[in-house]
Design a protein. Structure first.
Length: 257
């Protein structure tokens, strides 16, 4: 078996540092690079792409609402057409920096509140898929399987990578429980076991204690979760122990574990 391990990166801004990008690169196979709308800036984007290249990690655009103050975790009333153009803008920036390193952009992953809004909004999901197909229909769209986004992508023939979130709780509907602030430090061993079960058995326990079906092509661990590096290390180790290879779904990077 093989699975992608992805992380949101490049979310520092000016003098403000966010996440543990350098340390996390040792464990992941795909990096979601902030597009400058919810976080990040041109210098940080270049640095993140350079680091991904050195680490053999594939890159994708982490596109969010234009909400630097709220870190893209506030749902904004933005027309689908504007979201389409803003995604195109952010994707274009990353593609140029990737080109400088001889890399290709592998995927598109909406961030935070945009990810969750699109998960239940057909027009928003359709705008995201349209932007991808206008730019490069071969790009993977990262999304939850239990989402409107996944359904729209299937309808429009857009390739997807179904995500499982290692460090978030799940509701009985199969969607993550969205939170603006993650303060609790999770147990790395328990998180590692949870990921292995989701990947190998296709099941995860919801917040109510119910087992729900879960299919995943990629596992996300957030770089700003307390103890993120320890979580990533435990996840990678437990996957290897379970005979699961870590590699990007699109083959755009050159790292395998």
């Amino acid at each position: 078996m093989r699975i992608d391990l992805n992380c949101d990166m490049g979310e520092s801004f000016g003098a403000w540092k966010m996440g543990n990008d350098e340390e996390m690169m040792d464990f992941i196979s795909s990096a979601n690079v902030a597009g400058g709308f919810h976080a990040g800036d041109p210098h940080v984007m270049r640095k993140t792409v350079d680091l991904a290249k050195q680490s053999g990690v594939a890159v994708g655009i982490h596109c969010g609402y234009g909400d630097l103050v709220g870190f893209g975790r506030r749902e904004l009333d933005v027309a689908p057409g504007e979201i389409r153009d803003e995604l195109t803008y952010q994707l274009g920036a990353l593609r140029e920096f990737a080109c400088l390193q001889g890399m290709e952009v592998q995927h598109v992953k909406p961030h935070g509140a945009l990810y969750m809004a699109a998960a239940r909004d057909e027009d928003l999901s359709r705008a995201i898929v349209q932007a991808i197909q206008e730019a490069d229909p071969a790009l993977l769209l990262y999304c939850m399987q239990s989402s409107v986004t996944y359904e729209v992508a299937q309808e429009m023939g857009q390739p997807v990578a179904r995500e499982f979130f290692a460090d978030r709780g799940y509701g009985d509907d199969g969607q993550i429980i969205f939170t603006r602030n993650v303060a609790e430090k999770l147990d790395p061993g328990a998180v590692g076991d949870r990921v292995v079960r989701a990947v190998t058995e296709g099941k995860v326990e919801s917040e109510t204690g119910r087992d729900i079906e879960m299919s995943a092509d990629s596992v996300c661990v957030h770089g700003d979760t307390p103890g993120a590096v320890e979580l990533a290390e435990a996840i990678a180790r437990r996957l290897r122990e379970g005979g699961v290879e870590i590699a990007p779904p699109g083959g755009a990077g050159n790292k395998t574990h």
